[in-house]
Design a binder for this molecule. Sequence first.
Ligand code: ADP
Ligand code: ZN
Length: 761
Amino acid sequence: MQVITRGLDLRLTHLTRFADIPQVIDLNNISRIALDVPLRRLFDYLIPVGAAAPPPGSRVRVPFGRRSLVGVVVENAFESSVPEAKLKPISGLVDAVPVLDAALLALVRWASDYYHHPIGEVIASALPKALRAGASPVALETVWRPTQSGRAALAQGRLARAPAQRQLLEWVIQHDPLRQDALALHLPRWRPAATALLKQDWIRCAATAAHVHTDLGASSAPAAPGIAPPLTPEQAQAVACIGAALGGFSTFVLHGLTGSGKTEVYLQVIQTVLAAGRRALVLVPEIGLTPQLVRRFEERFKTPLAVLHSALTDGERLGAWRNAASGAARIVVGTRSAVFAPVPELGIIIVDEEHDASLKQHEGGFHYSARDLALVRAQRAQVPVVLGSATPSLETLQNVVTGRYQRLALPRRADQAQPPRLAVVDLRGHAVAAGLATPVVQAIERHLAADGQVLVYLNRRGYAPTLLCTACGWVAPCADCDARLTVHQRSGRLRCHHCGADSPLPKQCPQCGFEVRPVGQGTERVEERLRELFAQAPLVRVDRDVVRGQGDMDAAMHSVNSGAARILVGTQMITKGHDFQNMTLVVVLNADQGLFSTDFRAAERLAQTIVQVAGRAGRGSRAGEVLIQTAYPEHPLLQMLMSEGYDGFARAALAERAAAAWPPFSRLAVVRASAPSARDALDFLTAARRLAGAPRGVKLLGPVPAAMARRAGRYHSQLLLESPDRNALHRLLGAWIEQLGALPGAHRVRWALDVDPIDLF
Ligand code: ADP
Ligand code: ZN
C-alpha cells in the first residue's frame, strides 16, 4: 500500500502496475460513478491530474468499454480496489453545478440501499432522459459576442466592402452579449454574415443559462391569489394542525371522501408554505386526474407549476424538470417519479390518494413506492408530509393506530345530507340476465324515473371474458398465456388482456365446427343490455376500449355532469377523482373477484373501490343508494363494510392481517423470475433459496409458480421472503441479492426483487 501525492500519480503508476493489490492513491483521486447499466456497483474513474474533483451529484462523461457514457458522481475517494493501472480517467465534466443536490443524492442512495437496486438505474429513474444523455440542466439560449480582433477589425474599417458583415458585427458589439433570437429578429438574413465573421474569429457564439426567476421570499409570493372559500371547522382544524407543523417532519393522514374538501386543505396549506418563501411537492397517482388539479392550483395561485408525468415528451419533461430545479415553479405536481424532482426550499410534500397502487412502481427492474420515498424525503428535509385519501391503506391506518401518523378527518360534504345506503344483492337468490340481477334492474328503473343518474361499475372491459363452444366445451385460450381470450363483440375481435394478442372472432368452434357463445360479461355487454332495458336513457361507457385520451374522458365526464347522459357504465377508470352531482344510484356488479383472490391485499382493494364508487352516490338533497352484487353476501369483511363502513372494515382486515402475520405486521420481499421454460424460472429461484440457507428471523416461502404462470409466452415464478423484523430481512437481502446474478441459471431468466410488494400475483 502506498500513498501517492496527486500530480505524481500517473507517472508513478508505471512503477506500481505489477502490484495487483488494492492501492491507496492520493486524497480524492478517484470518483465513484453511477452508470445506467444493470450492474450492482459504482465504477471508479481517475480524476484527471490538475482537475478539481467533480462535486457529488454532477454528471461526467466517461469511457465505458468502447462507448462514452454520461454518469453521475456519487462520491469521491482516494482509494480503489481496482488496480490503478486499470483505472481510466474521466473524460469530461458535464455539469458545473450538480444535477442531483445533496438531498436528492442522499434520497437516491437511500432508495438504492433499501430496494437493493443498482444505484445507476435508480438515478436513471430519477432524472429525465434528456439529462441522462447530457442535456443542460438549465434552459440555454445562444448568445453572440465579439472578439478583440473583431472589435479591432471594425475600428480599422476592414469591413467597408462587406456591409452585411459590418452591420452584424456592429450590432453584436453594441448588444454584447446578443441573444440569437434578438439577432434573428433584427437581421433576419444574418446567417451568411455570421458564418463569414466566425471564420475570421471576429465573433463567437456561446450558450448561456436563460434568465429564470429564482427570487424567493415572501415578496415573490403570488400577489393576488384566487378567492379561497371560508373553511368548514374540520378543514380549518386540518389547515391549522398542518400549518403548526411546518418547519419540521411529521406525517398527517387527511382522511375524507372525494368532495369532502381535501384539495381545499392542500391549497390553503400550500398558500402558507408559499408565503413563507418555500415550495411544495404534490404527488398524484394518475395523469388522468392531474389536469383538473393543476387547473385548480393555477387558478388559485397564479404562479407557474412544474408538471411531471409519464405522458410528457422528453423535451417537455426536461422543461418541467428545469422549471422545478431553477425554482421558477413554486409548486411541483407529478406522478410517482416526481418524488425525485428537484424542489429548492422544499416546504411540504402532499401525496394525494396515498392508497393508490399506481404510486408504486411495479414495472421494469426498479420497484419503489413513491409514497414511502416521499416520507423519507420529508423526514430528511424536515418538512411535513400529508397523505390524503378517502380510503387510506391499511398500513397507513396502522401507523395512525400506533401514533406515528396523525389522522385529520373530514366528514362528508355538507350538501350530502345523508350517507348513501349500502345493500348487497344476493346473486344466488335472483334471476340474473347479462350480469344484472332483477332487484338491480328495478332499482335502476326507480332512480331513472325519479330523475337520478345511475353508475354501474364492473372491472372488466370487453363483451365477455370467455368464448365457449356449446357442443364440445372448447374455450378460446390465449396461445401465450394461462388465460382465456376476451370477446370484443362490436369490433369482432378476440383479445388477450394480458399479452395483447388479437385475432378475429370465430363464428364456429375451431374444434368441432359447432356454434360458439360469449359467456359472462364485460362493460360492452352490460352497456348493450342496459340500452335494451332503458332505451330512453342516454348512456356513456368509460373503459380503455372507448376512452383513449384525456379528450375522450373530458367529453364523457361532461355528458354526465351536464345531465345529457343518465347512465354511466365503466371500469376502474370511473372510480377515481370525479365528482358527480346527481348520481343517486351506484351498482357494483361483481364484488366476488376481490373477496376470493389469492392476493392478501385483494379485499382491501375491493373495499377501497366500493367506498370510492359509493362516494359518487347521493349528492345534493337526495340520499344515495349503493347496491353490491355478490354470491357471498355473508362474507365477514363485506358484512363489516356494510355495517361499519371503511373504518370498521379496516379494523377487521387489520385484525386478520395481524393473525396471519401479513403486512403491516410483517415485512415482505419477493423475487420474481420468468423464463421461456417453467423449469428454468423455478430452478433459478430454488438455487436462490438454497443460497440463502436458513437465515435467522426470515422465512422463505416457495418458489412457486405465479398465480398466472404463463404470460406472453414466459413462465413466471416467485420466491417470497417474510420477516417480522425489517432489519433481519434487509440484512439477508443485502449480501444475497448481490450474488443472485452469479447463480448458474441466472442468464436464462429475467428476475427482479420487489421490496414491500403490493401484490403477490
Ligand atoms: P376533495 O379533494 O376531497 O375531493 P375538494 O377540495 O375538491 O374535495 O372539494 C370538493 C368541492 O367542494 C370543490 O368544488 C370545492 O371547491 C368545494 N369546497 C371545498 N371546501 C369548501 C369550503 N370550505 N367551502 C365551499 N366549498 C368548498
Ligand atoms: Zn395472452
